[in-house]
Design a protein. Structure first.
Length: 208
């Protein structure tokens, strides 16, 4: 499987806290924001730089700056919204799109109900964010949608993944890099990640 597990000690520590059933919605949201920010640090390692000269109080200094590469972030509604604020703290100039999908409880297949993207999609590298990569159906549908709109380069960032979901994304979109904080054991009969952390959307918004 082609997947990058971000095993930074701070990410793994906070992931342990966010999995805990005793962690309430407020703490869950705060931890998810912090983990997302830490993961963004890793996922943006390949952003291109260019040389500039900055005038310090002591004189000129040769420095580096981002070379103008444009970034777009697309949270998958609704749980993906919990990862957005942490990412924007590090990439405040990123434009944000939204994709709305829900999983049909009978077929477990994704159903699209909303899509709003920046107008300059062809000029941007996009990061799709969704806390859970379970069956992989929603991730594949999101990637398909962005590519139909003309997006050339896509990364996928999730908190917890199941092997089944990773394999499906690898199979359908081998060009897409997947970043996760944990690769868990398997899916249960209802399509939930085991051991996972439950329903991320419900835990973020306190709806269950």
């Amino acid at each position: 499987m082609k997947v990058k597990v971000i095993d930074h000690p701070l990410v793994q520590h906070k992931l342990s806290l966010i999995r805990d059933i005793k962690t309430g919605p407020k703490e869950f949201r705060e931890l998810l924001e912090e983990i997302s920010m830490l993961m963004t640090y890793e996922i943006t390692r390949d952003l291109p730089l260019e040389d500039i000269t900055v005038e310090t109080p002591m004189g000129p200094c040769a420095c580096k700056t981002l070379s103008g590469k444009k970034v777009g972030i697309v949270p998958v509604l609704r749980a993906g919204l919990g990862m957005l604020s942490g990412m924007l703290r590090l990439i405040p100039t990123a434009k944000v799109g939204h994709i709305g999908l829900y999983r049909d409880p009978q077929t477990l297949k994704p159903v699209e109900y909303y899509c709003k993207l920046p107008t300059d999609v062809a000029e941007r590298d996009f990061i799709i964010v969704d806390p859970m990569l379970a069956t992989g159906g929603s991730s594949v549908a999101s990637i398909d949608l962005l590519q139909r709109y003309g997006v050339k380069h896509i990364k996928l960032m999730c908190l917890v993944a199941a092997p089944e979901g990773v394999r499906l994304v690898n199979e359908k979109h081998p060009e897409v890099e997947i970043y996760v904080a944990a690769l868990d054991d398997h899916l249960n009969d209802h399509g939930y990640i085991i051991p996972g952390l439950g329903d991320a959307g419900d835990r973020i918004f306190g709806t269950k």
